[in-house]
Design a protein around this ligand. Structure first.
Ligand code: CA
Ligand code: CA
Ligand code: CA
Length: 265
């Protein structure tokens, strides 16, 4: 609890409503962590290591090839002049402006994409840490414009695609093999797609947070969209119709519950 509360200072404290939801969850879901999930502990220890080596498309239907969406940019005189997504070893050209909705800028060694969204602006940072010319998404931030009306997301801080051993806020996006590492990590779901979380651990205090800006109002409402849950022998999979699913790699059906889920609205 205390570490979570500290964590709040960076983003949550500004919104009472959000804190309430999350803290309520903690009371029920987290307080009893010790003891209850002892054998889960062991499971995770072993499975974690296995996951790393068996990530390559072993997870039934979910495309996790390459683990992360990868991009290439042509940069001329400090300007991004072309954008490609690297898919299956091939470069797929992407629109540079998408009809004026997108723009790219160079920031040091990073590339930043700004995209106009119904709620405001999405800012995505891409980095090439190993200098091989392939960029990965490192963070994203949704800025809500003051004149946006309708449904808006609640999380407006930067959230990350890479993890630390501490408590992280991880962006859950299609095409990413999302991982939080150790610590109580918030996996922030922001899009309706086939999503994949590589190391969800209720025992560590990981949370699935739905902040879609799509009008979800409660866990009950979210639950009403579930069309199927099953375990495929390796992973726990929740389907919301045929176009949307969440795969929790290496998670048993009894290792996750609605107490691990928070819906921001
Ligand atoms: Ca790279
Ligand atoms: Ca972490
Ligand atoms: Ca974690």
């Amino acid at each position: 609890m205390s570490s979570r509360d500290d964590d709040n200072s960076s983003g949550r404290s500004s919104d009472d409503g959000i804190n309430h939801d999350i803290n309520d969850d903690h009371g029920r879901g987290r307080g009893s962590d010790d003891g209850v999930n002892h054998d889960i502990n062991d499971d995770h220890g072993g499975r974690r290591n296995d996951d790393r080596s068996s990530d390559d498309n072993s997870s039934g239907g979910v495309n996790v090839s390459g683990n992360h969406k990868a991009f290439k940019f042509e940069i001329v005189n400090g300007q991004v002049t072309a954008v490609y997504e690297v898919k299956d070893g091939e470069l797929k050209s992407k629109s540079l402006t998408d009809g004026g909705r997108k723009s790219y800028t160079v920031d040091g060694n990073d590339v930043i994409r700004t995209e106009i969204k119904p709620f405001g602006t999405e800012i995505t940072r891409y980095s090439d840490d190993n200098g091989d010319g392939i960029y990965l998404r490192t963070s994203e931030q949704w800025q809500v414009s003051s004149n946006s009306n309708g449904v808006t997301p609640k999380f407006t801080d930067i959230i990350h695609f890479s993890h630390t051993s501490g408590d992280d806020r991880i962006a859950v996006r299609s095409g990413e093999d999302c991982r939080g590492g150790n610590g109580a990590d918030d996996f922030v779901v922001r899009e309706a797609a086939h999503l994949h979380i590589g190391d969800f651990s209720s025992r560590e205090g990981d949370l699935l947070i739905f902040d879609t800006g799509l009008g979800l109002t409660s866990r009950d409402q979210l639950a009403s969209y579930v069309t199927d849950t099953h375990h495929d022998g390796q992973n726990f999979i929740v389907n919301f119709g045929s176009d949307v699913s969440i795969t929790l790699v290496g998670v048993q059906a009894d290792q996750v519950s609605w107490n691990d889920v928070s819906v921001l609205s």
